[in-house]
Design a binder for this molecule. Structure first.
Ligand SMILES: C[S@@+](CC[C@H](N)C(=O)[O-])C[C@H]1O[C@@H](n2cnc3c(N)ncnc32)[C@H](O)[C@@H]1O
Length: 138
């Protein structure tokens, strides 16, 4: 599986604790990845970004990372993930009545149903301005 925006790898570490046989590669644009398990440096959008080749990925996850992208970059990323992975699990900030996350000027937040629609999935969990979306492309 691929963890987009792996950061320090907190989510990946928990997945590896629960599923020690899992093979996880991480991608991040920041040097913070250096402490994460099996991470590489790269951007998740743009001409050279995103998953590299084939549709061999069982799962792509991204936790609190996709909101750094513009809406156009999100659409591009979701299209690539859909082409190259069997499934996507996305946990991120959405536009909501109670906005807990601090807003970066560049960031835009879709409402949770839009986020689910953009990646062809469904919202499975929400709390204030957080949502988890699961998309199955099989
Ligand atoms: C809140 S942290 C991620 C936390 C991590 N997913 C976890 O579960 O512990 C957000 C990460 O997204 C990364 N990031 C932001 N924009 C990115 C981009 N365009 N491509 C790759 N990584 C990006 C940042 O460098 C940062 O490490």
């Amino acid at each position: 599986m691929l963890d987009l925006g792996i950061g320090t790898g907190e989510t990946t570490k928990r997945i590896l604790e629960a599923y020690p046989q899992a093979q996880i590669t991480g991608l991040d644009s920041s040097p913070t990845w250096s402490s994460a398990p099996r991470a590489g440096r790269g951007r998740t959008a743009g001409p050279h970004g995103g998953p590299a080749s084939g549709r061999a990925l069982d799962l792509v996850i991204s936790v609190l990372s996709v909101h750094h992208l513009t809406d156009d970059e999100k659409h591009l990323l979701f299209r690539r993930v859909r082409e190259q992975s069997q499934a996507l699990v996305l946990g991120d900030v959405v536009k909501a009545d109670v906005q807990v996350a601090s807003l970066e000027p560049r960031s835009t937040f879709p409402i949770r149903d839009e986020l689910a629609e953009w990646c062809g999935g469904e919202v499975v969990w929400t709390a204030d301005d957080l949502a988890v979306v699961v998309a199955n492309y099989r």
